[in-house]
Design a protein around this ligand. Structure first.
Ligand code: C2O
Ligand code: CU
Length: 552
């Protein structure tokens, strides 16, 4: 493979992605950052300079498994110390599989400030994709807040708790449109919200009539589950998270934070006009208006608004079509990697909202994750003496009390504990994870949680409604053609079953991809094969008990 060398400078700049001026994090002046375009087998080198001034940084390459390079995963507190202001950190890793991936900040709630982008990997020379298209385009969907990341993070960890609220707008490829007239504050300086700022003119994707487009859709939202549609056009789903999908056609695609999909779209409609591309919030009562962009049929003017009104969006609280889409995603014939038919270990993870020491937290089997001062990868490899000094050595629970916990009601006891304990997996064993959803602390409310696994892909064995039954539900697993993914939703009051092989030496996060949920403890960490991890680069050190290691 080739070496692709990037030099990125990360800094704060004023941007107006939805017409409202906000201090945003940019890469080389841009948000979204540059798209990494590479070929299977290439080595990516990103020299990342932290010019944020007073803020730490870490960047995660989401969907890249980092085989042999766990220290390049970019997860602060797990695989590295944060990159200090003024420092340059070099990420180096191989992209070993074609597909659609992403990158984003993985430090605190920093991703919300705009540090994200796409990764597109093509097959090696002589290997073709199993579907045809004329052109390849990437489109990132995101939600956007006007509050600063710090304000949101501080609110989530204060007493009384201050929820981040719903985002102000939805962005398509970094552009949205906030209605400035909703701002009533007289103290607002003029020009802060400017509806005619070219930075927030609608994104347009130009297509040539008759051609077929591969659209690589990525959701990097911090809270919202989304629906995406293109007025008058069907979309054929062909890839997700780097795996080929048995094609199926949709009018609107549901996409959760951390997921990617390739869809094929043929420009086969009336070529004398433009069409709406639209994204809207599902699963939460939307107060955020839909995000809009134009599908521009060449040679119409790209800024010409479509003559129709934007199409209607799916009903936000109808879980059924979302569950059905999840069930429709299977591996494509000739690209099926069958899973091992049995597993060595079954871990059932109950997702609940709790109150811990007066703070609202999210927990897994009643344990809310906190990250240790010394990242796990470094502690496990470099610590001399007792590991108890680094993180809790009692393993977290393998399951919850099935008989005693009613997932359909608001629990009577909201207590939980915090812990930095991790699941240690025997190398090369097969592990099943059942994610079990439940009622939140609000009556008649259960949310959607997109769970993302670092360092691996998993097989999606099944989804179900209600409480997972460990005696009967495994018999219904799809062991024939399950899709492999790295991010998967757990639907309200439902469960999702996954299987993966613990064959990648390192320490890996598995967490809800909603930033505030992860920030509030909704995640776990796996370790496997730590003794096989090579010598750690000293640049990942410098925090916790490894302060001195940096100079060695
Ligand atoms: Cu895309 Cu740990 O996240
Ligand atoms: Cu969540």
């Amino acid at each position: 493979g080739r070496i692709r060398h990037y030099k990125w400078e990360v800094k704060y700049e004023y941007k107006s992605p939805d017409c409202m001026k906000k201090l945003s994090i940019t890469i080389n002046g841009r948000s979204p950052g540059p798209t990494i375009i590479a070929q299977q087998g290439d080595t990516i080198i990103v020299e990342l300079t932290n010019s944020l001034g007073t803020e730490n940084l870490a960047v995660h390459w989401h969907g890249i498994r980092q085989i042999g390079t766990p220290w390049s995963d970019g997860t602060e507190g797990i695989t590295q110390c944060p990159i200090l202001p003024g420092d340059t950190f070099t990420y180096r890793f191989v992209v070993d599989r074609p597909g659609t991936y992403m990158y984003h900040a993985h430090y605190g709630m920093q991703k919300l400030a705009g540090l994200y982008g796409s990764i597109r990997v093509s097959p090696p020379d002589g290997v073709s994709e199993p579907f045809f298209y004329d052109h390849d385009r990437s489109l990132i969907l995101n939600d956007w807040y006007h509050k600063s990341t710090y304000e949101m993070a501080a609110g989530l960890s204060s007493i009384p708790f201050v929820w981040v609220g719903e985002p102000q707008s939805l962005l398509i490829q970094g552009r949205g449109w906030f209605n400035c007239s909703l701002l009533t504050s007289p103290s607002l300086e003029p020009g802060v919200c400017n509806a005619t700022n070219p930075e927030c003119s609608p994104y347009f994707l130009t297509v040539i009539p008759g051609k077929t487009y591969r659209l690589r859709l990525t959701s990097i939202t911090s809270l919202s589950a989304l629906s995406f549609q293109i007025e008058g056009h069907n979309m054929t789903v062909v890839e997700t998270d780097g795996h080929y999908v048995k094609p199926f056609t949709v009018k609107n695609l549901f996409i959760y934070s951390g997921e990617t999909y390739s869809v094929l779209v043929k420009a086969d409609q009336d070529p004398t006009r433009n069409y709406w591309m639209e994204t809207s919030v599902v699963s939460r009562k939307p107060t955020t208006p839909p995000g809009l962009a134009y599908l521009n049929y060449y040679p119409n003017h790209p800024h010409r608004q479509p003559p129709t009104s934007p199409p209607a969006n799916p009903i936000w609280n109808d879980t059924e079509p979302r569950m059905n889409q999840s069930l429709a995603i299977k591996a494509r014939e000739d690209y099926i990697h069958p899973p091992p038919i049995t597993s060595d270990r079954v871990i059932v993870l109950l997702n609940t909202q709790n109150r811990v020491n007066g703070r609202v937290r999210w927990s897994v089997n009643n344990v809310s994750l906190t990250l240790p001062k010394t990242p796990y990868l470094i502690a496990l490899k470099e610590a001399r003496g007792d590991l108890h000094n680094f993180f809790d050595q009692n393993p977290p629970p393998e399951r919850y009390n099935f008989a005693a916990y009613d997932i359909f009601s608001n629990a009577t006891n909201h207590n939980a504990t915090t812990s930095d304990a991790i699941y240690r997996l025997k190398f090369n064993t097969t592990v099943d994870i059942i994610l079990q959803n439940a009622n939140t602390m609000t009556v008649n409310n259960s949310e959607t949680h997109p769970w993302h696994l670092h360092g691996h892909d998993f097989w999606v064995l099944g989804y179900g409604k209600g409480k997972f039954d460990i005696n009967t539900d495994p018999a219904r697993y799809n062991l024939v053609d399950p899709i492999m993914k790295n991010t998967v939703p757990v639907h309200p009051y439902g469960w999702t079953a996954l299987r993966f092989v613990a064959d990648n030496p390192g320490t890996w996060a598995f967490h809800c991809h909603i930033d505030s949920h992860f920030y509030m403890g909704m995640g776990v960490v796996f370790e496997e094969g730590i003794e096989m991890v090579g010598k750690l680069p000293s640049q990942i050190m410098g925090c916790g008990i490894t302060k001195g290691f940096r100079r060695l």
